[in-house]
Ligand binder design. Structure first.
Ligand SMILES: Cc1cc2nc3c(=O)[nH]c(=O)nc-3n(C[C@H](O)[C@H](O)[C@H](O)COP(=O)(O)OP(=O)(O)OC[C@H]3O[C@@H](n4cnc5c(N)ncnc54)[C@H](O)[C@@H]3O)c2cc1C
Length: 504
């Protein structure tokens, strides 16, 4: 095309989250020149918004805890997760070749991240894993991006933000590069060896969610820049998408603090994360929790048990809008600002102040209770001696809230649910309903090359992370990040033509 700028390198990586940064680093370390193009104004992706848990075997943490484990056992246990959460029919279609790639290499991914400076604590148990395997990042998932970005700069990856990739450039059937927007102008980026799609999932594309799972179409995704661009580009060349209908959510989540607290802006200095790790391992949790919760930057998810025990949901107009016990997550679409508040009385507040009644799981402290929110999240916690007082603090109309609670309490007399009785009353919110991630990635082979329906490779095209999930079921916690970093490492090396044995 005339008038287009042209830029050249050996490898072009599309997407600057966990898998893209990792792929870029490994391709560069294998000797290729690498340009990474990121659509958003910062490198981050869902990776930097996540809780940050990664599930792996053979790590120094397992060793230190005296846990004997191996990749074969992990492989078997992943099958149990797939059966339990995705169902036997899907589990029978799981991509076992990619599961093998994951379990055989994810321990090395954790070790490599540790070498960069990432610090984990754990491992934590998560049945049906037969032994503890879940490693949790300190202080939060932004540390992944911090260290990956630093390493990418160190090895000489040319990373550009605000550069959305629009389409692939083909020469015959070979992928030769991409067309991206730079300052509003189309620019051709030519890749002499390969393009690696690392553009995440389609959790924020109404079209893609609607295509595979229509009721999810208008439920917002957490990461607004993940719109299935890589899946679209690969599908246009004949790749297929497996398990496109599988989505994690909708799921109620509180917004993270609008303005990051000072402690959240601190870099993950080794002395700080080291101190946190020692404290987590040695100090009582009650002493630590206010401190550790200060670092939480992610979208915490309240437990449905709050509703079972008598909390209700109201919208910004103070009106109840859903049966809290029957898929309330599906009812947010039509509400003002797609938001709600969880309202409860003093009895529920006391109940959710101690195990086993937690408001949500939380990184660092495992479980967060009402007093934790009161202390560390004043932006989303409200309290008032009367309904009118709590309504004022939430910024919703007092009369409406009083009316709704009176009507709800009348219903309770008939249906046996627990009414909101005595103040003080408490509320948490705004809470929104989100799709956290979608599972449909492009079909790839064991070297992360994109393949067509008939199994033929698309020359010059690789896909990693969620974009290259290839029909692999990643049920349970910590497998998605495990896949992002592991497929990133291996995909980057394969694309650069390196031997996957020189991996560290
Ligand atoms: C709230 C939340 C909590 C989570 N917690 C966990 C957890 O604890 N453990 C776990 O294993 N998983 C977790 N996940 C899932 C996990 O974070 C993701 O599966 C993983 O980070 C995906 O990595 P990725 O590199 O494939 O994609 P991402 O990290 O999302 O990166 C994709 C990047 O590509 C960019 N991009 C998209 N289109 C284009 C384009 N056209 N041009 C250029 N750039 C483009 C995007 O802007 C984005 O930066 C969580 C997810 C969320 C949202």
């Amino acid at each position: 095309m005339t008038g287009q700028q042209v830029q050249e390198s050996d490898i072009i990586v599309v997407g600057g989250g966990g898998s893209g940064l990792t792929a870029a680093i490994f391709a560069r370390k294998a000797g290729a020149s690498v340009i990474l193009l990121e659509k958003h104004s910062e490198l981050r992706g869902s990776t930097g918004l996540s809780i940050g848990s990664i599930t792996a075997t053979g790590t120094p943490h397992q060793k230190k805890a005296g846990i004997a484990d191996n990749a074969d056992a992990h492989f078997e246990d992943m099958g149990k997760f797939a059966e339990k959460f995705s169902g036997p029919e899907r589990a029978a279609r799981d991509n076992l070749e990619l599961r093998r790639v994951l379990v055989d290499n994810v321990g090395d991914s954790v070790k490599w991240l540790m070498k960069l400076g990432v610090r984990f604590y754990g491992p934590m148990p998560e049945p049906p894993h037969r032994v503890p395997r879940m490693h949790n990042i300190l202080p939060n998932s932004r540390a992944y991006i911090y260290f990956l970005k630093r390493e990418a700069e160190r090895v000489g990856v040319d990373a550009r933000v605000n550069t959305p990739v629009r389409q692939l450039i083909l020469e015959g059937d070979r992928v030769r590069g991409v067309i991206a927007m730079v300052d509003g102008r189309e620019t051709r980026f030519l890749a002499s060896r390969a393009v690696i799609l690392a553009s995440g999932d389609y959790s924020s594309s109404p079209e893609w969610k609607g295509r595979f799972n229509p009721p999810m179409r208008d439920v917002d995704g957490v990461n607004t820049t993940n719109t299935g661009d890589g899946q679209r580009m690969g599908e246009e060349l004949g790749a297929k998408i497996d398990f496109g209908e599988l989505m994690y959510g909708p799921n109620l989540r509180f917004m993270p603090p609008a303005k990051a607290a000072l402690v959240q802006r601190l870099p993950p200095w080794p002395w700080l994360t080291g101190l946190m790790k020692t404290a987590l391992e040695t100090m009582p949790s009650w002493l630590l929790r206010p401190f550790v919760l200060q670092f939480v930057t992610t979208y915490l998810s309240p437990e449905p048990t709050m509703f079972e025990q008598g909390a209700i949901l109201v919208n910004r107009n103070g009106r109840r809008f859903a049966d809290e016990l029957d898929k309330p997550t599906h009812a947010f679409g039509g509400q003002p600002d797609k938001a709600g508040f969880i309202l409860f009385d003093e009895a529920v507040a006391r109940q959710f102040s101690a195990w086993p009644y937690f408001v949500c799981t939380a990184p660092g402290v495992a479980y967060a209770y009402v007093p934790d929110f009161r202390r560390t999240r004043p932006d989303i916690y409200y309290r008032g001696d009367t309904l009118a007082a709590v309504a004022r603090s939430m910024g919703v109309p007092e009369g409406a809230l009083e009316e709704e609670v009176a009507a709800y309490n009348d219903e309770c007399a008939r249906n046996g649910r627990r009414p909101l009785e005595k103040g003080p009353f408490h509320a948490l919110g705004p809470v929104r309903s989100w799709i956290i991630l979608t599972e449909g990635g492009l079909s790839v082979n064991g070297h992360h090359q994109v393949i067509r329906d008939d199994g033929r490779v698309v020359p010059g095209l690789y896909a990693v992370g969620s974009a290259g999930q290839g029909g692999l079921l990643l049920d349970g916690h910590g497998h998605h990040l495990g896949w992002a970093f592991t497929s990133g490492r291996l995909g980057g090396l394969h694309a650069a033509g390196a031997n996957s044995r020189d991996l560290s």
